[in-house]
Design a protein around this ligand. Structure first.
Ligand SMILES: [Mn+2]
Length: 377
């Protein structure tokens, strides 16, 4: 038996390690809010909030789950994980995405029920109008869902934010928020367990949550990974999901062109800024077109320069309609969230953030180079 207190003192578990049954949690996790900009609204979130959430969900019958623009593995995984849990509670549940998402995420159970606001606005609006409660997952400002944000704002239904991004806006009625969570899927696991639904976590829920935990941690190698991450994975695996199959379904899905784009980007376009531990890759619209670029084809590309000894910050620039899309990654205390917020109309996490520039690719890269020293100082 051992007592686990994570490095930030957030969780306490007492785990009994039984060789036959695996680790068993004897005591429920103890939660408290690490930080929040709207303390009056969150009250004593988590520990005391479960009865409130439980009551709220018990009362309602129509639930809408919304996730962010350009949904990723954590967005779809958390939305469908929560979907299956709420379905098991006999609720009418609609998952809504603001726009299209890549094919490698379309195999998850429940996928065919997801409504795309861009294609099915009328149906989406109908569900929102009927909703007794709206969950917003894996984002923290309605700006992240573009035009769908106005529809959510109009609704009088209570809104529950479940998210791990920094500095959430004040649109939610309730927050289930922790920047130290490795993924929204981790929070969905906590949420379900907190509501007493651990027994309902079946293969379907587990495979969805596994996707978010895996993709948001770079397959369990980012600094957000701790013993709790693996404890949750251990619980999910008990349902019988096969991790190697899920990994394959997500990652072994490149087209030939995508593989060649990766090779080209690394050999021809990757630049290390002289004298700094910073690398960047800038791709023009024409280059992307040459490799038959499809949405998601540069996903993960920003991380490759980290494999070079000494590199501490990376950036990726994709030229497209209306400007340049930026991705930033960093190691340790280098704060790309702050950097993206201050200079590139974006934000995210300390070590992973995105941004936009309404300027030419050339000017955007120049601006980045001129700010790079400040970023890593
Ligand atoms: Mn996430």
């Amino acid at each position: 038996m051992f007592v686990f207190i994570n490095s930030r003192g957030k969780y306490t578990y007492i785990i009994l390690n039984s060789p036959k049954k695996g680790p068993k949690i004897l005591k429920k996790p103890v939660y408290f809010v690490p930080w929040h900009p709207y303390p009056n609204k969150t009250a004593s979130m988590r520990k005391d909030s479960f009865p409130k959430f439980k009551g709220l969900i018990k009362k309602c019958s129509n639930i809408v789950i919304v996730t962010h623009w350009s949904p990723d593995g954590d967005a779809i995984g958390s939305s469908l994980g929560l979907y299956h849990y709420l379905k098991a509670l006999k609720k009418t549940v609609t998952v809504v995405v603001p726009n299209e998402y890549p094919e490698f995420l379309q195999w998850m159970p429940g996928n065919k029920h997801i409504l795309n606001f861009e294609k099915d606005a009328a149906k989406v609006n109908k569900s929102i109008a009927k909703a007794d409660v709206i969950f917003t997952l894996d984002f923290n400002t309605l700006k992240r869902i573009e035009k769908l944000g106005a529809e959510i704002e109009k609704s009088k239904a209570p809104k529950i934010l479940i998210d791990h991004h920094q500095q959430p806006d004040n649109y939610p009625t309730y927050y289930f928020h922790d920047v130290n969570a490795c993924s929204t899927c981790e929070l969905i696991f906590d949420f379900i367990v907190g509501l007493g639904g651990k027994k309902l976590i079946d293969k379907k829920i587990a495979s969805c949550l596994y996707v978010g935990l895996m993709t948001d941690t770079g397959s369990f190698r980012y600094s957000s990974v701790n013993s709790k991450t693996h404890m949750i994975i251990s619980e999910l695996l008990k349902t019988g999901i096969i991790p190697s199959d899920i990994h394959s379904a997500i990652y072994d899905t490149y087209s030939e062109e995508r593989m060649k784009l990766l090779g080209y980007a690394l050999s021809e376009k990757m630049t290390i800024i002289k004298g700094l531990p910073v690398a960047y890759i800038a791709l023009t619209e024409a280059e992307l077109k040459k490799f038959d670029y499809k949405k998601g084809d540069t996903e993960g590309l920003v991380n490759y320069p980290f494999a070079i000894k000494g590199i501490k910050a990376c950036a990726l620039f994709n030229e497209g309609e209306g400007g340049v899309k930026l991705s930033f990654r960093s190691k340790g205390k280098i704060d790309v969230n702050k950097f993206a917020r201050a200079h590139f109309n974006g934000g995210g996490h300390i070590n992973a953030a995105g941004g936009k520039a309404h300027d030419s690719l050339e000017n955007t890269v120049k601006k980045f180079i001129s700010l790079a020293e400040e970023l890593v100082k």
